[in-house]
Write a protein that binds this ligand. Structure first.
Ligand SMILES: [Zn+2]
Length: 101
């Protein structure tokens, strides 16, 4: 089993120049939309990471499942499925960010 621990990411704040490690938080924006973001501990500048809704989360899950299957048993069919799903997810993310931004 693979551990899902991500390496600590250090970033520099655009506003005040402070270096800090990212702690991503999730905020519910309503209508099933969740925003992940992190804040600078010094000046409280907010940086958005991504927005997701139930659609993108479902597609992401399906994509993960297809990728697991593909890792176990690579095939051209599996690869095509992954590409298709990835494109679907990308479009959905674009739509989501357009509507909100
Ligand atoms: Zn800052």
């Amino acid at each position: 089993m693979k551990a899902r621990i991500q390496p600590v990411k250090i970033v520099e704040c655009d506003k005040c120049g402070k270096e800090f490690s990212i702690k991503v938080k999730v905020k519910k924006l309503g209508k099933g939309i969740e925003q992940s973001y992190f804040k600078c501990p010094k000046c409280k500048a907010k940086y958005e990471v991504a927005r997701t809704n139930s659609n993108t989360r479902r597609l992401q899950k399906e994509l993960n499942r297809l990728q697991l299957e593909y890792n176990k048993k690579p095939s051209e069919k599996g690869y095509k499925k992954i590409s298709k799903k990835r494109e679907e997810l990308r479009k959905e993310m674009l739509k989501l960010n357009e509507r909100l931004g």
